[in-house]
Design a binder for this molecule. Structure first.
Ligand code: BES
Ligand code: MG
Ligand code: ZN
Length: 476
């Protein structure tokens, strides 16, 4: 989507979008815009309302914001207008930027408008959204120059659109190889290095926990490693490590799922957030070094699949007793985290995964679960999340929970066998593989990466994590 700044509507014909803060239902002063007057009886800027008016070849779409509005709500309103009112858009669309808007509000609005082009019907014949027409230019009606903010907003939405698509496409399309190719493509396009370890390379490296999970699938596992380094020299360059769960489908393995299996294409959403964040970080040319690993595999049912009670050997030499093959995410993450620490030694590590149903039971669909041993990054992650509406809430990592992963036969086991504190014991399992790293955080996003909202009839991707991770890295 291209944009162009204009300072008046002279010779304009088309649709003008006008965000309006709430005045008063009983106000006798009408909302005025370009000679139009809208009585408060029909519209006064109440949140989630809109009002269409026509005058001299211009369609005016007034958009109610309420008295105050946060980043996420504003972005959602803009997305809604773009997705649901596109039939009323003329060839030209202008966005009026209210005087009261700050740059974050401009960013949220423009990102939301672009996100509104997303269509879940990847395999249906659908008309292309007018904003995606290569000739289309969104006109920004303002006397101030917002071009830097607008460019950034477009980059954010573009990365989120990619993540939405990766998660929503079905598992017979999005295989581990598909993800590896995606990374290679985007690495070339946006400027980060990509190195993919296929089955043989993983065997040579000894990624035993990762390979155990992928054993039962026809689709070869792919261990994707991405490195972004800023082009220019940065004094005191910080180095962040990311790890994302890339299970392209989770049947549960031989401990086959009895409920909710149909949604398990979402089990690579943590990986997709890391992929989207890598695209965005490189696109924004952030002055930080980032090494990201997404272990991609399918947890399938087959004669070759790993068995409950198997003992497997992870990359860092830990023996793991498999209690439940459905607790597979922690296994691929364990190898991802160990590999990252041993070979790349990042200063900060964040992993993100649709890891447990327990995190959904605990926190529902409103925030992700945060686990960390480092109060500074806890605060920075929560602040980044709050500012963009991708919230996190911290849960404990106390050592009393360690008994949940103690095995009689091996160094650790992958599941306590008890239906309590599942998100915490999964986090304790991951912590075991961090080699006491001083700044590691784990985000369990099973409740927020994929869900219901006004934009479709069925559960679908949210792109949770793309903006959160990028903002966290930007603010380090
Ligand atoms: N992929 C699931 C977790 C999940 C649940 C993701 C709901 C998205 C929505 C994970 O691999 C899993 O199966 N977890 C089990 C672990 C259990 C067997 C220890 C769970 O949470 O039930
Ligand atoms: Mg599972
Ligand atoms: Zn899973």
């Amino acid at each position: 989507m291209k944009t162009k700044q204009i300072d008046k509507l002279e010779n304009f014909s088309g649709t003008v979008l006008i965000p309006v803060f709430e005045t008063n239902a009983k106000s006798i002063v009408p909302i005025q815009f370009e000679g139009l007057e809208i009585s408060s009886k029909v519209f006064y800027g109440k949140k989630d309302t809109s009002y269409l008016a026509e005058n001299n070849n211009i369609t005016y779409l007034f958009i109610g914001l309420g008295k105050v509005i946060d980043y996420k709500a504003l972005k959602t309103i803009a997305r809604r207008i773009s997705a649901k009112e596109k039939e009323s858009f003329g060839k030209n669309v202008a966005l009026f930027v209210p005087e009261e808007f700050n740059t974050d509000q401009v960013e949220a609005t423009v990102s939301g408008l672009l996100l509104g082009t997303y269509n879940l019907g990847h395999f249906k014949k659908v008309d292309e959204h007018p904003f995606l027409n290569p000739d289309f230019e969104l006109e920004i009606l303002s006397s101030k120059d917002y071009s830097a903010t607008i460019n950034k907003a477009i980059k954010i939405a573009r990365a989120q659109l990619q993540t939405l698509e990766l998660v929503d496409l079905p598992p017979n399309k999005v295989t581990p190889k598909y993800l590896a190719n995606w990374a290679q493509d985007k690495g070339d396009k946006y400027g980060f290095e990509v190195n993919v370890l296929g089955l043989e390379a993983c065997q040579i490296e000894g990624l035993g926990a990762f390979l155990a999970v992928g054993k039962g699938s026809e689709n070869e596992p792919q261990f994707v490693i991405m490195t972004y380094t800023p082009k220019e020299d940065v004094p005191n360059l910080k180095h962040v490590g990311l790890v994302g769960k890339g299970i392209t489908f989770d049947t549960g393995g031989l401990n086959i799922k009895t409920a909710g299996m149909v949604h398990m294409k979402c089990d690579m959403a943590g990986g997709a957030a890391v992929f989207g964040a890598m695209q965005l970080i490189a696109d924004l040319q952030l002055p930080v070094k980032v090494t990201a690993i997404v272990p991609c595999a399918e947890n399938a049912v087959d004669a070759k699949a790993f068995l409950p009670s198997d003992v497997i050997h992870s990359y860092n030499g830990t023996s793991i007793e498999i209690i439940d093959t459905d607790a597979e995410g922690r296994l691929v993450l364990a190898d991802g985290i160990s590999y990252l620490i041993k070979n790349y030694k990042p200063e900060y590590i964040v992993d993100i995964a649709t890891l447990t149903g327990s995190s959904v039971g605990t926190l529902g669909y409103e925030c992700g679960a945060l686990f960390t041993n480092n109060e500074t990054i806890s605060k920075k992650l929560q602040e980044a999340g709050d500012s963009v509406g991708e919230r996190l809430w911290q849960l404990p990592l106390w050592d009393v929970y360690k008994q949940d992963i103690e095995s009689d036969i091996a160094d650790v086991k992958n599941y306590s066998g008890k239906p309590v504190a599942g998100a915490i014991s999964a986090a304790k399992f991951l912590e075991y593989f961090t080699n006491e790293h001083a700044a590691w955080a784990h985000l369990d996003v099973a409740g927020v990466a994929f869900g219901d909202d006004e934009f479709a009839k069925s559960k679908h991707a949210t792109a949770y994590g793309v903006h959160l991770l990028t903002k966290f890295i930007e603010n380090l």
